[in-house]
Write a protein that binds this ligand. Sequence first.
Ligand SMILES: [Zn+2]
Length: 230
Amino acid sequence: MTDTCFACPSPATTREHVPPAYLFPERKDTDGSHDFRRNLITVPACADHNLAKSGDDEYFFWVLSTNLPANAIARIQVSTKLARAHQRRPALGHSSLSSGEEVIVMDSQAGTKHEVVQVPLDGARFQKVLDLFALGLYRHHFGERWVGSIRVHPDFIAFEGAESPADIDVNRLILLDCAKKLFANEPKHGENPSVFWYQVHEPNGPLQCLMRFVFYDGCSATAFIGEGSG
Ligand SMILES: [Zn+2]
């Protein structure tokens, strides 16, 4: 029997990496002492749900790795892979960065200031990739395709529309705090935790559960999975 795609009822013709292999450093970009691409997670996929084909994997990586909370692994990647991608396809980085504005970000815990470039995010595209990624991980973890609703909230993106920037931060911190408490006793999964790990919390079984994803140590997101959550 042929496997079906992780995201739709079509027969699978390929395997998709979740998260995209693009997020994991290649050996040539590190000191070679650790293989970050060992035992990556893959799930059956159809051609339409192959993120590498659409370039969405590169976009996903770009948003994550240039994010302020991302760790040193992400910064290595920015200086190697992202620089190469920029040379190959200058339009990707250039169009995003040229529309950005320089802002000063205050780290209230460390008391330090950082000069960063704030760039507009293609929220719909990023959300689409994030939702697909969550579906892929569900397929991997439970061995079945999820057909109900799924909603992923990233903790590290400032979405427009809140009353003020302070509100965004307060709401994000509340969500982050709740997630940390909820997942405190759940085991962490993932072979390369400095790039990615995840947890599952299923008080009512796999039909209503929460998944927490952490990329590059600092970029976390929570997925709400359940028939009534959409
Ligand atoms: Zn599909």
